[in-house]
Design a protein around this ligand. Structure first.
Ligand SMILES: NC(=O)c1ccc[n+]([C@@H]2O[C@H](COP(=O)([O-])OP(=O)(O)OC[C@H]3O[C@@H](n4cnc5c(N)ncnc54)[C@H](O)[C@@H]3O)[C@@H](O)[C@H]2O)c1
Length: 339
C-alpha cells in the first residue's frame, strides 16, 4: 500500500512483529515506547521524550534537532518516530525543519497513530496552551505498521484510537461503520486480523483524501469531523482529563447535534452514531458551555476568515461543512439527545 501526498510517496509496510529499526536513523521514542521497543536501538541515536501530550512542545523538537546536529545527520538522513500521535507529530515537525527538511519514517504504536496521525503529513506542537497551533506539512516516506504492537496499549488509549476509526468510517467507509457496530466484541478483544483490516481501511480513506488535497484546501477539511469541538475541549481542559480520541468522540456527538439543529444530519443517523459511541464507552455529556469553549473555538474562527465552520455528518459515508452562529453552537453544546 502506498500513497503520494504533496509529491512525497509514503510507503506503508505492515509487519507482523516490531521490525528491527534502522540504526542509521535518529530515533525518537517516548518513555513508554522506548521501554517496549527501543531496547536494541543505539542509545546515542535515541531521543526519549516524556510520554503524553505534554511532549508536544518546542523543547521536544529542540531536543531532536540537537541530537541530529550533534550526530551530524545529513539532509539525506532520517528521523524515525516510534510511538503514538505525539511522537509522530513532534518527530515530523523536527524532520520538516532539520536542514530545511530531512527524511521521516514513522512507526506508529497506538491505534490512533496507526489509523490517523502517522499518515498525511501534518506535524505539530501545542503552543501557548493552544492545540496544534504550530506545525508544518511533511509526509513520512515510510510507515511501519505493526498491529501486534497494540497488545500492550492501555484500554483507554486503545478506545481513543477507535474514536478516530469511527470518525474515518463516518467520513468515507460506511461498511467499516457496519463492521465496527457488528463486531464490537472482537474489535474490543483486539483480534489482530480484524484490527489489521480496520487500520488498512482507515489508511485507505485518509490516504485517498490526503492525496487529493494534501494541504487541506478543500476536501481534507472533512477529516476534521469532531475536531473543532474536540480541540476546543482539549484546550479548555488544559489537555487533562480527556484523551484526544475521547475529545474527538465527544466532538462528533456535538457535530451531529449541530447538524441536526441545522437540518443537515439525518436524525436516524444521529441516533445511530450516538448509540455506537456510547457502546464503545465514550462520554457524550457536555462538560462545558460556549462561554468556556468560546476562546478556543474563536481561534478556529480566525483561521477561517471570520466564519466558524464545522464538519457535520449527514449520514454514513457522507459529511459536509456548515457555518454556524453562536446560538446554534451553544444549542449543540447543550443538546442532550440526538434526535
Ligand atoms: N498529525 C495528524 O494527522 C494527527 C491526527 C490525529 C491525532 N494527532 C495527534 O496525536 C496525538 C494523540 O496521539 P495518541 O493518542 O497516540 O497519544 P500518545 O502519543 O500520547 O500515546 C498515548 C499513550 O500511549 C503510550 N503508548 C504508545 N504506544 C504504546 C504501546 N504500544 N503500548 C503501550 N503504551 C503505548 C504512550 O506512551 C502514551 O502514554 C494528539 O496530540 C493529536 O493531536 C495527529
Amino acid at each position: 500500500m502506498d500513497f503520494t501526498i504533496g509529491g512525497v510517496r509514503t510507503e506503508v509496510r505492515f509487519v507482523e512483529r516490531m521490525a528491527t529499526l534502522d540504526p542509521a536513523s535518529v530515533a525518537v521514542f517516548d518513555a513508554t515506547t522506548h521501554r517496549l521497543f527501543g531496547g536494541g536501538f543505539p542509545p546515542d541515536r535515541s531521543v526519549v521524550l516524556p510520554a503524553g501530550e505534554r511532549s508536544k512542545r518546542w523543547r521536544s523538537v529542540e531536543a531532536i534537532l540537537s541530537r541530529a546536529a550533534v550526530l551530524g545527520l545529513g539532509r539525506d538522513g532520517r528521523l524515525l518516530g516510534v510511538g503514538g500521535g505525539v511522537v509522530c507529530d513532534v518527530t515530523g515537525l523536527a524532520a520538516s525543519l532539520y536542514m530545511r527538511g530531512c527524511g521521516l519514517a514513522l512507526c506508529p504504536t497506538t491505534l490512533l497513530a496507526m489509523v490517523d496521525a502517522s499518515l498525511g503529513g501534518k506535524t505539530g506542537i501545542d503552543f501557548r496552551g493552544w492545540k496544534n497551533l504550530v506545525g508544518t506539512f511533511h509526509p513520512a516516506v515510510l510507515l511501519l505498521v505493526c498491529p501486534a504492537a497494540l497488545a500492550t496499549l492501555p484500554d483507554r488509549e486503545f478506545r481513543s484510537g477507535l474514536a478516530e476509526a469511527i470518525k474515518t468510517a463516518v467520513i468515507g467507509d460506511p461498511s467499516l461503520l457496519d463492521l465496527l457496530e457488528a463486531r464490537r466484541g472482537l474489535v474490543l478483544a483486539r483480534d489482530p486480523v480484524l484490527l489489521a483490516e480496520v487500520v488498512q481501511r482507515c489508511l485507505r480513506v485518509k490516504g485517498g483524501i490526503c492525496e487529493a488535497d494534501p494541504r487541506e484546501e478543500g476536501r481534507r477539511i472533512l477529516l476534521n469531523l469532531g475536531h473543532t469541538f474536540g480541540h476546543a475541549l482539549e484546550s479548555w481542559t488544559g489537555f487533562r482529563g480527556w484523551t484526544h480520541g475521547e475529545a474527538v468522540a465527544w466532538g462528533m456527538g456535538r457535530a451531529a447535534a449541530l447538524g441536526l439543529a441545522l437540518g443537515a444530519t439525518d436524525p436516524a443517523f444521529a441516533r445511530r452514531l450516538a448509540a455506537l459511541l456510547a457502546a464503545y464507552g465514550f462520554r457524550l455529556e457536555t462538560p462545558a458551555g460556549l462561554a468556556d469553549l468560546g476562546p478556543a473555538l474563536r481561534l478556529d474562527k480566525k483561521r477561517r476568515a471570520g466564519t466558524l465552520q464545522f464538519v457535520v455528518p449527514r449520514r454514513a459515508g457522507d459529511v459536509t461543512v456548515v457555518e454556524a452562529a453562536d446560538g446554534d453552537i451553544a444549542g449543540a453544546l447543550g443538546a442532550r439527545g440526538m434526535g
